[in-house]
Design a protein around this ligand. Structure first.
Ligand SMILES: NC(=O)c1ccc[n+]([C@@H]2O[C@H](COP(=O)([O-])OP(=O)(O)OC[C@H]3O[C@@H](n4cnc5c(N)ncnc54)[C@H](OP(=O)(O)O)[C@@H]3O)[C@@H](O)[C@H]2O)c1
Length: 270
């Protein structure tokens, strides 16, 4: 099994790599921080392919795929995981920040798919599938969250594209799976804070958090047996599912959260 993971230098991507190594997978570890990728490769036996890549650059996405095919000859699962968030109100996010986050989270996903799909179409089937495209969206992909508006937009875009692709690619025996974590213990929050003016209340951050190991386990189940969506928190799936029927009610719940964020950031005009 050959699994390509973008964003393998930290968080969910690194945890997935560690769990897949235990399953004897051949891994392709891609991200910008080469030192971290090389350390992970050493930790996992040193036989994996490490590719320095900025997924917001289309040529880097092509390069990940080309190097994978040269080394392993196929891609069983392509995990588009690289991404980041910004904590800011939508109207105070700059046009440049908006273009940049879409370039990484959305175009970093689509450029990877464009590069890999032609090879997946030609691969032999294994266990009924030629390959799988796995996209790490978020719980925010189904419902936009205040102060994570632009981030939510990128995650919804990933989800909508994946939903369409899943039906289009099924006759070609290419599975498409989206992953929808809730808050997960990674560097995500710290990275978002370095890019943002606001700080989220700690109690909201710690109320519903899950471990990277838990998310990775659920992802591996869907690599073994492809399914449309993975929600590592069933409770979140149910709440968000009902929420799509009652958007006004969800607005009211989220407006309490908005007020807690405003209290925590009195010097920022929100
Ligand atoms: N943590 C959460 O609460 C949470 C919840 C829902 C969904 N998610 C999603 O899960 C995915 C992984 O996030 P995480 O929580 O594991 O965060 P993380 O610990 O900050 O890891 C992010 C990973 O993405 C990589 N990355 C970021 N920009 C990149 C770029 N331009 N090119 C290549 N790699 C890039 C980083 O590597 P380098 O910096 O080395 O490039 C790093 O490996 C993201 O798509 C995120 O939206 C996270």
């Amino acid at each position: 099994m050959v699994v390509v993971i973008t964003g393998a230098s930290a968080g969910i991507g690194a945890a997935l790599a560690r769990s897949l190594y235990e399953q004897k997978a051949h891994l392709v570890l891609a991200a910008r921080r080469l030192d971290r990728l090389e350390a992970l490769n050493r930790e996992l036996g040193g036989q994996h392919l490490v590719v320095r890549a900025d997924v917001s650059e289309p040529n880097d996405c092509q390069n990940i795929v080309q190097q994978t095919i040269r080394r392993f000859g196929r891609i069983d699962t392509l995990v588009a995981n690289a991404g980041y968030g910004i904590y800011d109100p939508v109207v105070q996010t700059t046009p440049q920040q908006t273009r940049e986050i879409f370039a990484t989270n959305v175009f970093g996903t689509t450029d990877l798919v464009y590069a890999a799909a032609p090879f997946m179409f030609r691969q032999d089937q294994r266990d009924g599938w030629r390959g799988q495209i796995m996209i790490v969206s978020s719980v925010c992909g189904r419902r936009g969250v205040p102060f994570l508006g632009m981030y939510s937009g990128t995650k919804s875009a990933q989800l909508a594209i994946a939903e369409a692709m899943r039906v289009e690619l099924e006759p070609h025996k290419i599975a498409v799976t989206t992953i929808h974590p809730i808050m997960t213990k990674t560097d995500f929050g710290r990275t978002a804070e370095t890019r943002s003016r606001i700080v989220l209340p700690q109690e909201d951050r710690s109320r519903m958090t899950q471990s990277v190991e838990h998310v990775a386990r659920r992802m591996i189940e869907a690599i073994r047996r492809p399914r449309p969506e993975v929600w590592p928190s069933q409770a979140a799936r149910i709440v968000v599912g009902f929420g799509t029927l009652m958007p006004g009610l969800v607005d009211r719940v989220l407006s309490r959260y908005r007020d807690r964020v405003r209290e925590k950031n009195p010097s920022v005009p929100l």
